[in-house]
Design a protein around this ligand. Structure first.
Ligand SMILES: Cc1cc2nc3c(=O)[nH]c(=O)nc-3n(C[C@H](O)[C@H](O)[C@H](O)COP(=O)(O)OP(=O)(O)OC[C@H]3O[C@@H](n4cnc5c(N)ncnc54)[C@H](O)[C@@H]3O)c2cc1C
Length: 531
């Protein structure tokens, strides 16, 4: 198996200065602290003699929030620098959201081709060219890198490719290529260093050199049998994608259900989609040990829910069982920045750390692990620095699992409503009732909405179906505008669209939630209410 990747630096300004790496990603990870390139002339002074350069805002780690922060603050005439060791724009456009969705879409095309006869197109033999899949993804990444660099140029924010660490209060030292260093001091410093894939202390795991999402998205061959450890967002999305490319896939999760915190109808639908597509699920699985090497052959000894121990054999193993914050070795203690028990940076509701003037945003601050939240974290910090008021407390966290079909939710799930003792009216229809979905032959899943009992306020909305994230976003906007569900029901929506499915949803008969202990307004079980 050949793994290779190029640092996303093909923008002209940086091309000559970035190492063109054609080597294993894990090797790259080891070298991260040494590898750097730069845009600006580095100082060759030794760090002890150096006088820090003064900035209004220094950003350590160029995640999405940090990148938007750099452009915004620079656009407000502040002197800003972002220190980023590897990825122009952080994880999202390089190794996470966008590349994974790009590859998932290639997998969807493969899935369409596999069932093309259903669409009246008799199937011919086909093969999957993972090199071409990877090239399409790389082109997209490269395109975004260029856009981002152009934004840095346009706004005047300085992008420094190098590895940074605090050497004192609000002061960061950057190590660039060939060991050259710079020191930067900010009136405000924002830490946005993100997280990395966790490796659980399982015997043999590290020696097996498992794939993380980074290497998996760079594969140039379809794994014969992919063993996926962890059935959260990353594990579920990747498991389905590789199954659709033709891998045999086994997904091991320690919980009884995939996405176990979600409502039962969500977890059941996800499970049936996976089983229908031939993904083997090992739930309540406790991995005892691993042997072999990913890319050659791997054996995993796992104890499953029934107490039985079995041995799974595969060609590759992918680890997607959690994230670890990038807080080690970056001198936080020298800056007075404390960590939580779980190793994330300790922040208040304005995302200020224990060191005044030092802020933390995104995953390293323990925020929900989504790009849109990293961006919102930036808004919170921006408000504090510019005299505004914005906090993280009680904010809305919409999300989507980009399996096919997608699962997206905003606001309360039924489980959450029940736990909080909130009564609700439930509207629910299968995707088969959405006309557009039937034109696509994509009728798996459902739409459901929780509506307040004594008003028409939308408490929560779940879409598990084709285009779920877009449908959910329409409901989110209506909800945020304080519109009652009846507005969605009574609006003239274009036919046939997926969002139009909100009309049959909200025109259906609602049921009332079961009474709960804390709910004084609860009504009798499953009483039907017509509109
Ligand atoms: C496979 C995958 C798929 C995902 N899909 C989605 C999705 O569809 N939607 C969604 O909303 N979220 C998704 N996420 C989560 C999302 O990618 C992150 O929440 C998002 O990128 C925000 O991250 P961040 O701002 O915390 O930091 P990151 O974007 O991770 O950026 C941190 C940056 O800091 C740099 N860095 C770290 N230490 C140093 C140092 N010492 N010096 C210099 N630089 C340093 C790193 O190189 C990195 O570029 C996905 C994640 C993964 C792994």
């Amino acid at each position: 198996m050949g793994l290779s990747r190029r640092i996303p630096c093909d923008a002209n300004r940086l091309r000559a200065e970035c190492a063109d790496l054609d080597e294993d990603e894990r090797e790259n990870a080891r070298k991260e602290n040494n590898m750097s390139a730069k845009q600006n002339a580095p100082s060759t002074q030794s760090s002890s003699k150096m006088k820090p350069e003064e900035y209004d805002v220094v950003i350590l780690g160029g995640g999405t929030g940090g990148t938007v922060a750099a452009w915004t603050f620079a656009g407000e005439d502040r002197r800003v620098a972002v220190i980023e060791r590897k990825y122009i724009g952080g994880s999202c456009p390089n190794i996470a959201c966008l590349p994974s969705k790009n590859v998932i879409h290639s997998a969807k095309v493969a899935w369409y081709v596999r069932k093309s006869e259903e669409f009246g197109i008799p199937r011919r033999d086909f093969t999957i060219d993972m090199r071409a899949v990877r090239e399409r993804k790389r082109r997209m990444v490269s395109g975004w890198n260029n856009v981002y660099l152009e934004n840095f140029k346009r706004t005047g924010a300085e992008f420094i490719l190098g590895s940074g660490r605090f050497i004192g209060p609000k002061t960061v030292e950057v190590t660039m290529s060939h060991g050259t260093k710079r020191q930067l001091r900010g009136t405000n410093v924002i830490v946005n260093t993100g997280t990395h894939a966790s490796f659980e202390p399982i015997r043999g795991l590290a020696d097996a050199q498992p794939l993380t999402h980074i290497e998996a998205l760079e594969l140039d061959q379809v794994p014969e049998h992919l063993l996926v450890i962890g059935g959260g967002y990353i594990g579920s999305e990747m498991a389905q994608a590789f199954r659709r490319f033709g891998s045999k896939v086994t997904l091991i999760d320690r919980n009884e259900r995939l996405m176990y915190r979600e409502d039962d109808d969500v977890t059941e639908t996800l499970q049936s989609v996976f089983e229908e597509e031939g993904i083997e699920l090992v739930l309540k699985g406790r991995i005892k040990e691993l042997s072999g090497k990913s890319g050659e052959s791997v054996r995993i000894v796992v104890e499953s829910g029934d107490g039985l121990t079995k041995t799974l054999e595969g060609s590759h193993v992918l680890v997607a069982s959690g994230r670890t914050p990038n807080t080690q070795g970056i001198g936080l203690e020298l800056a007075g920045v404390e960590l939580t028990d779980r190793g994330y940076i300790k922040v208040n509701e304005r995302l200020e750390t224990t060191a005044p003037g030092v802020w933390a945003i995104g995953e390293v601050a323990g925020s929900p692990q989504f790009t849109h939240i990293s961006v919102d974290d930036f808004r919170v910090v921006h408000a504090s620095i510019t005299g505004g008021k914005r906090v993280t407390t009680g904010r809305q966290v919409p999300f989507c699992l980009f399996t096919d079909p997608e699962f997206a939710r905003i606001g309360l799930s039924e489980k959450e409503a029940k736990a909080q003792g909130i009564a609700y009216r439930l509207f629910k229809i299968p995707m088969e009732a959405v006309m557009r979905a039937t034109t696509l032959s994509e009728t798996r899943g459902f739409l459901k909405a929780l509506i307040e009992v004594d008003s028409d306020r939308i408490l929560g909305f779940t879409a598990f179906g084709v285009g779920a994230a877009e449908i959910m976003t329409s409901v989110q906007i209506a909800r945020n505008a304080g519109l009652p569900y009846t507005t969605l029901r009574d609006t003239i929506l274009t036919h046939p669209t997926l969002v139009e499915g909100l009309i049959p949803l909200f025109s259906s008969a609602a049921t009332l939630s079961e009474p709960t202990g804390g709910d004084k307004r609860a009504r009798p079980k499953q009483k039907t209410v017509s509109r």
